[in-house]
Design a protein. Sequence first.
Length: 272
Amino acid sequence: MSMAMLGLRHRMRGAIRQLPGVQRLLDFSRRSRPVLSDAEYGQFHDSGHLIIDPGIPERDLDAAIAELADHPDMKSNLHHGSRVFDGWKISRAVRSIALAPRVLRALRQLYGRKPRPFQTLNFPIGTEQRVHSDVIHFASDPPTYMCGVWVALEDIDRGNGALVYYPGSHRLPVVTMEDVAPGPGPSHYPLYEDYIEKIVRDRKLEPSHAILKKGQALIWASNLLHGGGTHIDKSRTRHSQVTHYFFEGCQYYQPLSSYGGYRHLKIDEWIR
C-alpha cells in the first residue's frame, strides 16, 4: 500500500472518530472489554476470591497513606480496630482507588452488573478481626450482589497481618442473626462470631493468607469467610484499603440489624 493510501486511511479514521456518537461508542467498547481471562473468572466463582493487578498508579497508593496521615485513627493509640471509615470523603487518592477503572471493569465482568462502591476502610495496621462473612453486614436482594476489594498500599505478608480467608466458603449457607441470636443488633455480634468459628472447626476448613505486593488487590465474594491474620511484627505497619461494592438494580440492607422478616434498609450513598 502506497504512502498516499496510508495517509488517506489515517485521515479517514480520524474523521470517523469525530462523527457524533462515534467516540462515545469507542469509549463504551473499551470500558466493556473483558479484563479477566476465562480462568480468572472461573477461579473467582469457584473459590470466592481473586488476586489481580488493578493498575492503580503508585502515586495514588502513597497519597492514600499521606492524605490520611493526620487523621486521629491513623496516628495515635493504634490498636487492631484502628481504621478510617469513608476516607474517600476527605482524600482524593482514597476515592480514586475506590473508583479504579480496572477494578470496576473486573467487577462488572464477574457480576454482570454495574458495581456501586459505597464504603471505604483504610487500615494502618492488621485488624486481627475474627472470622466473618460480609453478608452479615451488607446484603442485597437478589442475594450476593456485594463484594469487597482489598488493595495493598504496601507489601503485605504474614508478618504484618495478612488477611486470612477460606477458599470455597462462599458456597456455604448464609448465616443470619436468626440463626445465632435472640435478636438483632451489634450486642449479639459475638454470638455470630462464635457460630462462624464453630463452622470453620466442624467443617475443617483450611485457611489461606493474602500475601500481596504493593498495588495488588484481592477481590472476595460477599459470603467468603475471612478475617484478620495475626500481626506478628508490631514494628511494621500494614497500610491497606478495603472498598465495599453493591451492584446496580438491587435492594440493599444490613442483616446485623434485621430480624424476623424486618429488613433494615441501607440508605444509598455511592462513591462518585
